[in-house]
Write a protein that binds this ligand. Structure first.
Ligand code: PAF
Length: 291
């Protein structure tokens, strides 16, 4: 695996590869790699000639300085995982390389509602910082395909909008959420859960599964005038998760999967997504399921 630390060096390499007609797949990460990240690398390898992964813990997307400090750093084992997964190139820049003129974004993009709702409400500034770095990374790597996990559903939607706004020649490939055996969505933050919290954290995916099953039932049986409004499903799921004293639930939302706009009623045609954010044992977890 080749390792580049500067934008200039990776750009030279990508330029040479593209000249040979190679297709480039790219998975941006903040390290602390798990099977979810590895699945992005594997999918990219199947669909491209060259796979690039970046590891960069981006300071501008942490709205909580405590979260930034505690973000796990496991570079040695990350590199081992990338080598095992046969990743071709690792981009490993420094903060000074990515932010040579400081952390402030002189020209932030406007994602409107997409970045204001849900995570945008609870983590102010997070998406601005995330979009700022993903744009820089995309300009450095210029991939044909960008691989992102569905676990960060809203993040992926914003990146898709960014690609559209900037007219970048990159196609976003959304990859399925990877789950632990018990159903917990894989996340770099899971390693910070103590044993008790880890065991309880599975309730998030259980609640999502039960929302999915109820909506499916609702869609296949016509309950006529007693239709259940979406807000009732949200409330039931919120109350269920909040009934465990270990959780502090921020939101349970059922939204239009294409726009993230709230929906009033369930139709068979509108694709929906259920999204959850909750704290457990001092760790903030998110998860979602397409309905
Ligand atoms: O999902 C992540 O790990 C990060 O938000 C990303 C996309 C690598 C940008 O820093």
């Amino acid at each position: 695996m080749l390792i580049f630390k500067t934008i200039q060096d990776i750009q030279n390499q990508i330029f040479a590869l593209k000249k040979e007609g190679k297709k480039i797949g790219f998975a941006p990460t903040m390290g602390a790699l798990h099977e979810g990240h590895v699945s992005l690398i594997r999918q990219s390898r199947r669909e491209n000639d060259i796979t690039v992964c970046s590891i960069f813990v981006n300071p501008t997307q942490f709205n909580d300085p405590n979260d930034f400090e505690k973000y796990p750093s496991t570079l040695e084992s990350d590199m081992q995982k990338l080598i095992t997964a046969k990743c071709d190139i690792l981009f490993l820049p420094s903060v000074a390389e990515m932010y040579p003129t400081g952390l402030k974004n002189p020209k932030p993009l406007d994602f409107g509602f997409l970045a204001e709702t849900l995570e945008g409400e609870w983590r102010p500034g997070h998406f601005a910082g995330m979009a700022q770095i993903v744009e820089k990374l995309l300009r450095a790597v210029t991939p044909d395909r960008l691989y992102m996990g569905q676990k960060d559903y809203q993040q992926a939607m914003i990146c898709s909008d960014m690609i559209r706004q900037l007219k970048l020649k990159t196609r976003l490939v959304l990859c399925p959420v990877k789950r632990e055996k018990d159903g917990l969505a894989m996340s770099s933050r899971n390693v910070r859960l103590d044993k008790k919290s880890r065991a309880k954290a599975v309730e998030i995916s259980k609640v999502l599964r039960s929302v999915k099953a109820s909506i499916k039932r609702r869609r296949t049986t016509d309950d006529g005038p007693q239709k259940t409004p979406v807000i009732d499903y949200e409330k039931k799921a919120f109350d269920r998760l909040s009934s465990f004293s270990e959780f502090k639930v921020e939101y349970v939302a059922i939204r239009n999967a294409k726009t993230l706009k709230p929906v009033k009623n369930i139709s068979t045609t509108t694709p929906l997504v259920a999204l959850v954010a909750a704290w457990i044992g001092g760790v903030r977890l998110i998860d979602n399921m397409l309905l």
